[in-house]
Design a protein around this ligand. Structure first.
Ligand code: GLV
Ligand code: MN
Ligand code: MN
Length: 443
């Protein structure tokens, strides 16, 4: 075998390591028996330490940035032993390590661990385990490789998603410091408690010149590949998203003594609103709306709910469509609340535009998939309804994504799955994509 070739066995070993490490990281949770790992928590610190160790094990230089993202970097060194300068732009590979509440073990995590296997495979086998000084690359690449484990993609703790990647793309908003978690802890205080200096957040931002591109592998989080019986897809674009915190106000009164004509029940108004979200969004193409949190106050069995707070997550293929549907929803809310003698107001807590993957990156990912697929067939193209760190990274660099089959399309749930075989195909495809990119002139 040529030293440049990567064997089927090496890929299978890499995939097994990814699966075992997903299991290992699943143990790092705030909720024993489930998986919950949120931004700036002790669990966040622990997985960063573990992943940093794994980065150093393959010769990467590591650091945690000013937003708690874990990075590793490998300089390009060719087979001839010529070492590249440390200020060369980097191809950024990775995904996120934070989770939703009661999560699965692969969302984000598998992409970080696959990225580490790409770095391992790029090194010639003879120096496995050696320090970065001795590293020789299987393929001479004109860029460095950085692997990133983003610290907050889900927005589970503070409601605002993509905090980690927004810091890297220079999109941090000073207003976010006042966001609070369920215990009333501000983002600012959480930074200090984690050991990060809020005053240095700007240092996490990368300049576009520092990056070649961002490439991410992720489970599909939908059923299309499973239904098609295919392991991998190239992503065309990522849905645009907006999230709102909505409040319906009525009047809390006695559950027994208040006749129906005197009731202003906030829970019934909010329930009608949630059903309207389903009705209106389902009638649209590629628009989904979800009410995921719903809380009635004062929350007593014998009191008519006087207030309801609920969330709305709205996504669409195009920003304009998404915004038009939000307009339809607000008019419907006005009508519902008007009929019921209620008031409503809302606050936007997250907004991200649709992200269209860069054509060149789509091409190299598609070519990588074609080389990796058992039958060598053409790569399917899918649109991502789920959000990803690339939505933030798109502000500073081109973004490409590879999806892995997600049995039954179930995600954000403990039953989330991916097979070792599909991870192996994914690693092969990503490896091919990275090496192809190394041969593409980029302006
Ligand atoms: C993240 O997974 C999201 O799409 O909300
Ligand atoms: Mn997720
Ligand atoms: Mn994810």
């Amino acid at each position: 075998m040529n030293v440049l070739d990567v064997s089927r066995d090496q890929i299978a070993t890499a995939a097994r390591r990814v699966m075992a490490r997903c299991d290992e990281l699943a143990q790092v949770t705030a909720t024993p028996g489930g998986i919950t790992r949120v931004y700036l928590s002790p669990e966040h610190a622990r997985v960063n330490r573990l992943v940093a160790e794994w980065m150093r094990e393959i010769g990467m230089r590591t650091w945690q940035d000013a937003a708690g993202n874990q990075f590793g970097r490998m300089e390009p060194t060719s087979l001839s032993g010529t070492r590249g300068g440390s200020d060369l732009p980097a191809l950024l590979l990775g995904s996120h390590l934070d989770t939703v509440l009661d999560a699965g073990r692969y969302d984000g995590i598998v992409g970080v661990l696959m990225a580490l296997e790409i770095v391992r495979l790029l090194r010639v086998p003879t120096d496995d385990g050696a320090a970065s000084d001795g590293t020789v690359w299987r393929v001479p690449l004109p860029f460095a490789i950085e692997v990133v484990a983003f610290s907050d993609e889900e927005g589970t703790r503070f409601g605002k998603a993509l905090l980690g990647s927004s810091a890297v793309s220079g999109g941090w908003d000073e207003a976010w410091w006042q966001l609070t978690d369920a215990d009333g802890v501000t983002l600012h205080r959480a930074f200090l408690e984690f050991g990060l200096d809020p005053g240095r957040i700007g240092e996490a931002a990368k300049h576009p010149d520092e990056l070649v591109a961002y490439l991410e592998a992720h489970i599909e989080q939908g059923p299309e590949l499973d239904r098609a019986g295919l392991p991998l897809a190239v992503v065309s674009s990522i849905a645009s998203a907006r999230r709102f915190q909505l409040v319906v106000e009525g009047e809390a009164r006695h559950a027994g003594g208040t006749p129906y004509d005197l009731r202003r029940d906030a829970l019934l108004g909010a329930s009608e609103a949630a059903l309207a979200v389903e009705r209106i969004c389902a009638a649209e193409h590629h628009i989904v709306g979800t009410v995921g949190r719903f809380e009635a106050f004062p929350g007593a069995v014998n009191v008519i709910p006087g207030e309801v707070q609920f969330s709305l997550d709205l996504r669409g293929e195009f920003d304009g469509e998404r915004d038009r549907v939000w307009g339809v929803l607000t008019r419907e809310l006005d009508a519902i609340m008007g009929r019921r003698g209620l008031r409503w107001h809302g606050r936007e807590i997250h907004s991200a535009p649709a992200l269209f993957c860069e054509p060149l990156l789509r091409d190299v990912v598609a070519a990588g998939i074609a080389r990796a697929q058992p039958d060598g067939g053409e790569a399917p193209i899918v649109f991502s309804r789920a959000g990803h760190d690339g939505m933030a990274l798109g502000a500073i660099t081109g973004v490409g994504m590879l999806f892995l089959r997600n049995p039954d399309g179930i995600s954000h749930h403990p039953d989330e799955a991916v097979s070792a075989g599909d991870v192996a195909h994914g690693i092969r495809a990503l490896f091919e994509a990275v090496t192809l990119l190394g041969h593409e002139p980029r302006g």
